[in-house]
Write a protein that binds this ligand. Structure first.
Ligand code: NDP
Length: 445
């Protein structure tokens, strides 16, 4: 870190209380040092200073009334980070842990991820510290309506197109979309992840998890391996985890564990995905319910124990920093040969170091989980055309996109002297396209 040290120092000085954001920026800047050396014009044009500062940050009050008539006030966020290559695009997260640091880290990552898809979408992220868990449908609806009553001013099909993330699934997207349409009297593709009868795309629900597996399959293929016959651990049991597990099974692997924020289940005979879908998608219950249906499976309290299970491939699909150095060492000691990040930034920098030092093939989030946003961009495309592709058509495009992301990231890694390091490769490949657009578009005085 030489040329870019200064940029990192300014980021920390400006927002000293944003550790997740610093972590995300540091990882990218470290990878970009050879780019700064090769392209001094980007340094001169202040591209690095500009790319770490959001174009716009919106923070707003979200008041809502619960079923007992009590008033609650949450905080809403939308960080519009970069629009150099297309309208802002990125999910909304509803979770009590949400704060500006987390939304900024996610928005920053989104810039490079969206660029990697090869599609014309800029980077953004938003959300609220609202917790949908334990709330009635009516409460979630009133919250979503209040959230959109402010957000609608800042978004639009050619301006900013939000989607789901943790705590925001098809139910929430429905309530948000309904309110947008009421206020604007406008039926447009302003949100993605919509229902199939009102503008949604087939395969969007499956896209992040399926895309992760397509990426990992391509990565391990380069080493002569495949999912066939492997034992796989997947953390989380939400949208990404469920469909990653489903695709692993389709590709011939065996998923033996899933989790939620309370604990994990271990089913040595292989997790039954239909049971998980029933518990999580239909009944909205905890993953511990699984052992009622499959008594041979075991439930353990606490999340991190899942990484001490013996497996060939690990797919962290829950949340940020869920694999620390200690968990990474356990995975390595147990013979895990590949890690694919379905969640955003699930491995700490120390954990990534352990994987890379020990020759574990490592698929970083911004490349490996880009299938969700890529399919969202395909949803935008279908909305603009007023047309729908079949499941098979969308799935085939998704697979092609994921394979291209792998190729571009590995080529960039090699080109810049870090062969085999997809962390560096994904950061560089994602950055170059955005930097080129920012450079061409000049600075507004
Ligand atoms: P969901 O809300 O559907 O599921 C999240 C899962 O992770 C749940 O099982 C949840 O458990 C668990 N989880 C959440 N917070 C924590 C925590 N602090 N500790 C342990 N477990 C936790 O979200 P998604 O599946 O959509 O998102 C999962 C990850 O994937 C996130 O990092 C998200 O940013 C990323 N991602 C999602 C995309 C998408 O298309 N949905 C696209 C790209 C990335 P519990 O129910 O107990 O909270």
């Amino acid at each position: 870190m030489k040329i870019l040290n200064n940029v990192m120092e300014k980021v920390i000085k400006r927002d000293p209380d944003q550790p997740e954001f610093h972590q995300a920026v540091r990882e990218v800047l470290e990878s970009l040092e050879p780019v700064a050396e090769r392209y001094p014009e980007y340094v001169k044009a202040g591209i690095f200073e500009r790319i770490v500062e959001p174009e716009r940050q919106i923070i707003f009050r979200v008041p809502w009334v619960d079923d007992n008539g009590r008033i609650h006030v949450n905080r809403g966020y939308r960080v519009q980070f970069n629009s150099a290559i297309g309208p802002y695009k990125g999910g909304l997260r509803f979770h009590p842990s949400v704060n500006l640091s987390i939304i900024k880290f996610l928005g920053f990552e989104q810039i490079f991820k969206n660029s990697l898809t090869g599609l014309p979408i800029g980077g953004a992220k938003g959300g609220s510290d609202f917790d949908p868990k334990g709330k009635s449908d009516g409460e979630v609806m009133r919250f979503c309506q209040s959230f959109m009553t402010e957000l609608y001013r800042h978004i639009g099909e050619d301006t900013d197109v939000p989607a789901g993330d943790i705590g925001v699934g098809s139910r929430e997207i429905g309530y948000l979309y309904g309110q947008y349409k009421r206020i604007r009297n406008n039926f447009t593709g302003v949100l993605t992840g919509k229902g199939l009868t009102w503008g949604g795309s087939l395969a969007r629900t499956e896209a992040t998890g399926y895309g992760l597996c397509y990426f990992v399959e391509e990565m391990i293929k380069a080493a002569g391996k495949s999912f066939k016959g492997t034992t796989v651990v997947v953390s989380g049991s939400g949208n990404v985890a469920i469909y990653a597990a489903e695709k692993v099974h389709q590709l011939g692997g065996e998923v033996i564990a899933l989790s939620d924020s309370n604990g994990y289940i271990h089913d040595p005979d292989g997790i039954k995905i239909d049971t998980v879908k029933q518990i999580k998608e239909v009944e909205r219950k905890r993953i511990s319910e699984y052992i009622k249906y499959h008594p041979k499976a075991k439930y353990y309290e606490g999340c991190s124990g899942i990484w001490s299970l013996k497996c060939d491939i690990a797919l962290p699909c829950a949340t940020q920093n869920e694999i620390d150095e200690q968990s990474a060492r356990k995975l390595v000691a147990n013979g895990c040969f590949a890690v694919g990040e379905g969640a955003n930034m699930p491995s700490t920098p120390e954990a990534i170091e352990v994987f890379l030092e020990n020759g574990v093939m490592f698929a970083p989030a911004k490349a490996a989980n880009a299938g969700g946003v890529a399919t969202s961009a395909l949803e935008m495309c279908q909305n603009s055309m007023r047309y729908s592709w079949t499941f098979e058509e969308v799935d085939a495009k998704l697979k092609e996109i994921m394979i291209n992301i792998y190729k571009n990231a590995s080529t960039a890694a090699k080109d810049f002297g870090h062969e085999g390091n997809l962390v560096v490769g994904a950061n560089i490949a994602g950055f170059l396209k955005v930097a080129d657009a920012m450079y061409a578009q000049g600075i507004a005085y």
